[in-house]
Ligand binder design. Structure first.
Ligand SMILES: Cc1cc2nc3c(=O)[nH]c(=O)nc-3n(C[C@H](O)[C@H](O)[C@H](O)COP(=O)(O)OP(=O)(O)OC[C@H]3O[C@@H](n4cnc5c(N)ncnc54)[C@H](O)[C@@H]3O)c2cc1C
Length: 466
């Protein structure tokens, strides 16, 4: 083992001596990696291929004790720390040049307890791990809309998903969490134990500690009526206008998406995606207007296991491509916004790009804003511009198009951003991810649980002073 140069929390360089690295390596049941190790290249990679960063050290943890050792080590040496869960965040905060990465990606075990029913999942699990295990029992909880996303980042930011209409957001289904705090202690956060921390974890992102285990409430979910109905892009304005009217008043069982994208064969289309989580015949009736609207190119709405629905959009967003995105939380689908989206998508620089309205779901909207740190409960949709391409030479063009469209749509937004969509994380932008009262409370709790801002590589909540 050789020594490494590493960044400290305030950005200075410090040398971590070989003896210290060897001692930590011996304490971990997982592996401690430096740039010379074979596994290092894989471990530093995340979903967004634009992010090419080299941590000084990577602690590949396999249990809570490993995470505690890594946090204590980083504290003792004053190191800057990043935390990797599923590694799916577009901004790429999971990895940072010169920092110590605490990597939970090997901590992906999930255990169902049928008595609740509940499931406990380790902090590095992805939704594919979670759904695979829970679906075997005919159970599920709200998780995103792809299988490759990490449960940790998604839940800690809130969590929009197909089941949000009946069960609320992912964070609304969290029962408890085991958290390694900045001082190295492990605590439980739940309604009846550290309730302030539990409130902060449900929307406050990775600001409060490393969550090594999430306990979720489960619901019986097996077959859903899901998939999409596809129209030519020339119909984009009509389709999205219809989508806005249709989705404004849906039963709890239904969550929808209105999206402009390219098919795997490269055709630009306007599509309506849906998941009806209830009796299939009732879903057929509810979704009949979607099937009958206009002259679809293809109707792929069908009964299918929820776990399969969670994987069908994966091919549209392959890991390793280059990604950039911007988003707005919206209260409705305004006609003007639809026209702007349709006009911009005609000249989208890359077929790997999708622009979409993701519906929050009725139950998600019914939760009182002060109940969790995800407080934008009036947001009916997350409008996401998810740009994807492969050639680095196209970076500027795609990023510029994304920002321009985002600016053009700003007048129709609630003036708020979903924290998991924050890419430019200056303090002003981060504040738009929270209501003022929520940010103030989070900032006070940050001062209580992480006064030195040890966990700062995230959309950062500054500890309150004085
Ligand atoms: C294509 C795509 C589709 C998406 N779809 C949805 C969707 O349907 N619904 C939705 O709500 N969101 C969606 N998202 C956003 C997603 O919620 C975020 O990207 C989320 O941060 C991913 O979590 P992760 O654990 O994979 O991320 P990572 O990149 O591993 O982590 C992101 C941040 O979370 C924190 N973190 C990660 N693990 C832990 C942990 N164990 N303890 C404490 N902090 C931790 C860290 O601060 C880290 O920087 C999507 C993103 C993409 C790119």
């Amino acid at each position: 083992m050789v020594g490494v140069l590493s960044l400290t929390g305030d950005g200075a360089e410090t040398e971590v001596k070989p003896e210290a690295i060897a001692a930590l390596g011996q304490m971990l049941r997982g592996r401690l990696l430096t740039a010379g190790d074979a596994e290092y290249g894989d471990a530093r990679q995340i979903w967004n291929g634009m992010i090419d960063r080299s941590p000084s050290l990577i602690g590949r943890c396999i249990d809570t004790a490993d995470v505690m050792h890594c946090v204590q080590f980083a504290r003792e040496h004053g190191l800057l720390v990043s935390v990797k869960g599923g590694g799916h965040n577009v901004a790429g905060k999971a990895v940072c040049d010169g920092a110590f990465m605490i990597d939970l990606s090997l901590m992906n075990r999930v255990r169902v307890d049928q008595r609740g029913p509940t499931a406990r999942a380790q902090g590095g699990a992805k939704w594919i791990d979670f759904d695979r295990e829970t679906q075997a029992f005919g159970l599920a909880t709200t998780g995103g809309t792809l299988s490759d996303t990490g449960i940790a980042g998604l839940t800690l930011g809130g969590g929009f998903g197909w089941l949000g209409g009946r069960y609320g957001m992912s964070c609304d289904n969290l029962v408890s969490a085991d958290v390694v705090l900045a001082d190295g202690r492990v605590v439980v956060a739940a309604d009846d134990e550290n309730p302030d921390l539990f409130w902060a974890l449900r929307g406050g992102g990775g600001n409060f500690g490393v969550v090594t285990s999430f306990e979720y409430r489960l619901h019986p979910v097996s077959l859903v009526l899901g998939g999409g109905v596809f129209h030519p892009l020339s119909e984009a304005t009509n389709v999205l206008r219809f989508y806005g009217e249709f989705s404004a008043d849906v039963p709890d069982e239904l969550v929808t998406m209105g999206v402009l994208l390219h098919t795997p064969e490269g055709f630009p289309v306007a599509a309506i995606g849906a998941c009806y989580n209830g009796p299939i015949d009732a879903g057929e009736k509810v979704l009949d207007p979607v099937r009958r609207f206009g002259s679809p190119l293809d109707d792929q709405l069908q009964p299918l296991p929820y776990g399969i629905l969670q994987t069908i959009f994966d091919p549209a967003f392959p890991p390793g491509a280059r990604y950039y995105w911007k988003a707005h939380l919206m209260g409705s689908v305004p006609q003007e916004a639809v026209e702007i989206m349709a006009e911009y998508y005609q000249r989208v620089p890359s077929p790997g790009t999708a622009v979409l309205f993701q519906q929050a779901g009725n139950a998600a909207n019914r939760v009182p804003p002060e109940a969790t740190a995800f407080s934008h409960r009036n947001a009916r949709y997350d409008l996401v511009i998810l740009s994807g391409w492969t050639d680095p030479a196209d970076d500027d063009r795609n990023i510029a198009w994304t920002r321009e469209l985002w600016d053009a749509l700003a007048p129709y937004s609630l003036g708020a951003i979903y924290v998991n969509s924050v890419v430019d994380d200056d303090e002003a932008t981060v504040k738009t991810a929270y209501r003022d009262d929520t940010y103030r409370r989070l900032s006070e709790l940050k001062a209580k649980y992480d006064p030195t801002n040890f966990f700062r590589l995230n959309p950062n909540i500054r500890p309150a002073t004085g």
